[in-house]
Design a protein around this ligand. Structure first.
Ligand code: FAD
Length: 369
């Protein structure tokens, strides 16, 4: 690589953007991460809630854990483990059949080692966006990405019209940042004008997403009637998973916190009824009631929680992968890379692989200039 320091803007501080930023910075690139949210993590966020009487509660309301099968990702996870950012969650999971109301022996999914961020799922993204060479700016949505041919660089403008500066290269780590055509819950036009990239536009057409509602619950006593800390539900139209968040390593055990996930079909039906806009309190209250009722219908002797709140993930899981073996998309001339789980597989491992490849691709491009 030439001695000149290249400047790259990364849109999004989910795991793909954070990993990408970290790899770029470790290779001498000056990286600025712009994230719409108030903090890092994206779908690996941790939600902080304060009850009326001032009790603080934390929930991993997005990805509850992740599995790893790829050797390169495993090496990275070992590095994160050594830094105290992740730990293995060794609790047992079982499937529960909602017709017979019994636990059945095998896990439906989630087998293999389960890793969690410590003390929250967002710990990895948080650490990576504070590494040397990375500057992270939160609460900033990139509203427009303009390629300036005359100076061979990108100009970034925020959604509220602020000039965010010029960059040699750009990484877009969220499908909503690049494609207007994804079905599901897209709230605004994408910052990138895909008509400038006809080849990429073809690949980014009509990628559907599955939605999911998460219900956060806190109990004053441990749920002793449940013999495991993770449940995958069979034969429920409403619930797909339940996790005891407070049983993860590094969490406070003061309250027993659980997170329930709805099925994609349930979420789709609710969104069909309530629309794509931000759900009203009324709509969310109904979701709280329905998910909790299904949990109680298991007959597992679930007491009344002292805290309940629902969250909608409009684009929880992409339903197809757009990048194949390449693991990311890119435009060589305009030094643009697109990464995220939608490029590889709808999980944390897929997002890590994609973010890593996007960084490698940009480094390759810079080294050839
Ligand atoms: C309920 C739920 C359960 C899940 N369960 C699992 C599981 O058990 N195991 C597993 O491995 N995975 C699971 N996943 C999936 C996993 O969370 C995702 O695959 C992974 O976190 C995706 O990371 P990402 O970086 O690709 O995208 P994201 O995490 O979505 O990050 C993209 C970021 O870009 C930001 N952004 C978008 N547009 C802009 C813009 N214009 N300007 C600035 N910022 C922008 C967004 O705010 C977001 O933070 C789950 C997800 C959900 C929602």
């Amino acid at each position: 690589m030439k001695s000149v320091v290249n400047k790259v803007a990364v849109l999004g501080c989910g795991i793909s953007g954070a990993v990408c930023a970290s790899v770029l910075a470790r290779n001498g690139v000056s990286v600025t991460v712009f994230e719409s949210g108030r903090g890092p993590g994206g779908r690996m966020s941790q939600r902080r809630e304060t009850t009326e009487d001032g009790k603080e509660l934390f929930f991993d309301h997005g990805a509850p854990f992740f599995n790893v099968s790829d050797n390169n990702v495993m090496n990275l996870v070992h590095e994160w483990e050594a830094r105290g950012l992740v730990a293995e969650w060794k609790e047992t999971f079982r499937s529960f059949d909602c017709i017979s109301c019994k636990f059945v022996d095998t896990e439906k999914d989630g087998s293999g080692k389960k890793y969690v961020g410590v003390p929250g799922m967002n710990s990895i993204c948080r650490a990576m966006c504070h590494e040397a060479g990375v500057e992270a700016k939160f609460g900033i949505t990139v509203g427009r990405l303009e390629w300036l041919d005359d100076i061979n660089s990108w100009s970034l403008i925020s959604l509220d019209g602020q000039n965010l500066g010029h960059f040699d290269g750009v990484v877009a780590s969220d499908k909503n940042a690049v494609s207007p055509r994804f079905t599901g819950v897209t709230r605004r036009p994408p910052p990138l004008d895909l008509s400038l990239f006809p080849e990429l536009a073809l690949k980014l057409q009509d990628v559907p997403v599955h939605s999911c509602f998460a219900l956060m619950l806190a109990f004053s006593e441990p749920l002793t009637s449940i013999p495991v800390k993770g449940i995958s539900f069979r034969n429920s139209e409403v619930l797909s998973w339940a996790f005891c968040d407070s049983s993860k390593p590094g969490r406070s055990a003061t309250s027993e916190c659980w997170v329930l996930h709805s099925t994609a079909a349930y979420a789709k039906a609710v969104i069909r009824e309530t629309g794509l806009q931000k759900p009203s309190n009324e709509a969310l209250t109904k979701v709280v009631e329905e998910l909790f009722e299904e949990f109680q219908n298991t007959g597992l002797d679930i007491p009344q929680p002292f805290f309940m709140k629902a969250h909608r993930w409009g684009s929880a899981f992409p339903a197809m992968k757009v990048a194949g073996e390449e693991k990311c998309l890119w435009d060589w001339k305009k030094k643009l890379a697109i990464c995220g789980d939608f490029c590889v597989s709808p999980n944390v491992e897929g997002a890590v692989l994609s973010g890593t490849e996007a960084a490698k691709k940009l480094l390759e491009i810079f080294s050839c200039l």
